[in-house]
Design a protein. Structure first.
Length: 166
């Protein structure tokens, strides 16, 4: 059995080009894959909606009020997640993504656990998220972490809204 590399979860990347580039690369992969899964595949970042291009080009500004968590193996950023500051006592998890080459190593669980800890530090009463219905692996992950399906707050079809107490 191979040894698993150490995965570190860090908050908000420093301003180094490597950290910014790693997060931008993960956000690019996330948004391109999501558009393809929705049946709206695009050839590149320039064809994504503006709000997604803004996240990719300047994640520090796009997530300025959020906690950005990164999973790092050595000097390589392999996973990301953003958790919003509480609004009415509820935080929201967004943009959970791990590099497909390192999936199955608990990276997403580590990021999600760190997001729940951050929400608790902020004094949130709960955490919510939305996930596309076809992302059954992600839904199973969220269920394992205590999330349950709740009434939708988003009008887009095929989104599953989930929530759990902190």
């Amino acid at each position: 059995m191979m040894d698993q590399p150490e995965v570190a979860v860090v908050r908000r990347p420093d301003r180094s080009p490597a950290a910014d580039g790693g997060l931008s690369a993960l956000l690019t992969a996330y948004h391109l894959r999501t558009e393809a899964e929705k049946g709206a595949a695009v050839a590149g970042v320039e064809e994504l909606p503006e709000r997604y291009r803004a996240e990719i080009s300047d994640p520090e500004t796009a997530f300025a009020d959020d906690a950005v968590l990164l999973a790092v193996i050595g000097d390589r950023t392999v996973g990301c997640l953003a958790v919003t500051a509480p609004a009415d006592g509820i935080c929201e998890v967004k943009r959970l993504w791990t590099d497909p080459a390192v999936r199955g190593r608990g990276i997403a669980s580590g990021l999600l656990g760190a997001a729940l800890a951050r929400a608790a530090e902020w004094g949130a009463s709960g955490v919510r998220l939305s996930v596309w219905s076809w992302r059954t692996g992600a839904i199973a992950l969220y269920r394992r972490h205590g999330f349950t399906v709740t009434e939708s707050w988003d009008e887009r079809g095929q989104l599953v809204c989930m929530q759990r107490p902190v």
